[in-house]
Each structure stands twice: as structure tokens, then as C-alpha cells.
Design a binder for this molecule. Structure first.
Ligand code: IMP
Length: 187
């Protein structure tokens, strides 16, 4: 079984391909830059993007939207994670919360799947953790906020230090894709 994934992010594609393979779902990448609406709600953003992707390719398709929600910053950067990463980056995030004792954060992932103009379904995954006090890349390097996110289930290692295989067992993306995979296979 094959599904199209509209994304221009190679790291997301790699993760989604491995995770959905567990459900015997083959991911076909579509390099499509989907417009994103401004909203505080990842679900709303992903629904808009997947609708756009479906109109473009006219085939069943899914998108994934994610964000890092830092408690002491009232959820910032959340839906603005991509922009914040490109502008202030990991160093900027570490500086923003340098003097805060509360380092709690949640990584969220939303999968939106569309197969007709009036059929869109979403799946949410989230992983709780904390923001590290410094950049911890380990041997694998990671991508995005991987070097500063310490998942609770991660034995005090950042996503980057864990490496792809270990990250894929507990990540926010794993949890949303797992729900999607189970739903898709069970139809
Ligand atoms: P978007 O879902 O493409 O809008 O991206 C959100 C941003 O959050 C990305 O550009 C990354 O910087 C970051 N991000 C999302 N998921 C991950 C992840 O699994 N690891 C590290 N950074 C991530």
C-alpha cells in the first residue's frame, strides 16, 4: 500500500518512511511547498495544507505539522517553530529560557490525511520533556530542535543523542504516525 506525503523536509520523510513501514505502508514523497495559514492551532494549519496538497495532486495525501511548545514561554514557539528555528535557532531558544527553572516542553505532531474534498482526518502525537541547558548533538547530530529536546522517556538524552532508531520509538511524530498507520490499515 502506498500513500503520498507532501513535504519538503527530508528528515520528516526519513522518519515517516521508517515508521509507516511497520504498517506495510510505503511513503511516496511529493515535494510540494504547501502554504501555511497563520494560526495558533497546528491542527487547523495542517488541515489547510492537506486540502491544498489534495487539490494540487488529486490523490490521497498526508502532511505533517509539528511544533515545540515551551511551558514557561506560554507555548512559544509552537506553530511558529519553523520560523523561530530559522531565525534565532537553538542558541536563541536556550538564551530565552536561560534563567528559568521550569524547562518543561512538549513536542507536538499532527498528521492530516485527505482523500477527497470533504474527507480530512487528523492524528495527534505528543512527547513531553525538557529543554537542555546546552546544545547536545551526540554522534548523530539530529536536525531542528533535536539537540535541545530531552524527552522524558529518553534516559536523559536529547533526540539528537538518541539517534533515529531510538527517537522513532518515542517521538511525537512516531505517536501521530502510529495512530495514522493503525487507522489506515484497519479500514
Ligand atoms: P513544520 O512542521 O514544518 O512547520 O516545522 C516545525 C519546525 O519544528 C521544524 O522546522 C523544525 O525546526 C522543528 N521540528 C519539528 N519536528 C522536529 C523534530 O522531530 N526534531 C527537531 N525539530 C523538529
Amino acid at each position: 500500500m502506498k500513500i503520498h506525503f507532501a513535504s519538503s523536509n527530508k528528515n520528516k520523510l526519513k522518519e515517516a518512511t521508517k515508521i509507516l513501514a511497520i504498517y506495510k505502508i510505503k511513503v511516496e514523497s511529493i515535494l510540494l511547498e504547501c502554504p501555511e495559514i497563520q494560526s495558533n492551532d497546528l491542527e487547523e494549519i495542517s488541515k489547510f495544507s492537506v486540502k491544498y496538497a489534495f487539490k494540487e495532486i488529486k490523490k490521497p495525501v498526508f502532511v505533517e505539522d509539528s511544533g515545540l511548545f515551551i511551558e514557561v514561554l506560554s507555548g512559544f514557539p509552537g506553530p511558529y517553530s519553523s520560523y523561530v528555528y530559522k531565525t534565532i535557532g537553538n542558541d536563541g531558544i536556550l538564551k530565552l529560557i536561560k534563567d528559568k527553572t521550569n524547562k518543561n516542553a512538549i513536542f507536538k505532531s499532527v498528521i492530516a490525511y485527505c482523500e477527497s474534498e470533504d474527507f480530512i482526518i487528523t492524528f495527534i502525537g505528543q512527547t513531553s520533556g525538557t529543554i537542555s541547558t546546552k546544545i547536545l548533538k551526540g554522534n548523530n547530530g539530529g536536525w531542528g530542535f533535536d539537540p535541545i529536546f530531552l524527552p522524558k522517556e529518553g534516559n536523559n538524552k536529547t533526540y539528537a543523542e538518541m539517534g533515529l532508531e531510538e527517537k522513532n520509538k518515542i517521538s511525537h511524530r512516531k505517536k501521530s504516525l502510529e495512530k495514522f498507520g493503525i487507522w489506515f490499515k484497519g479500514r
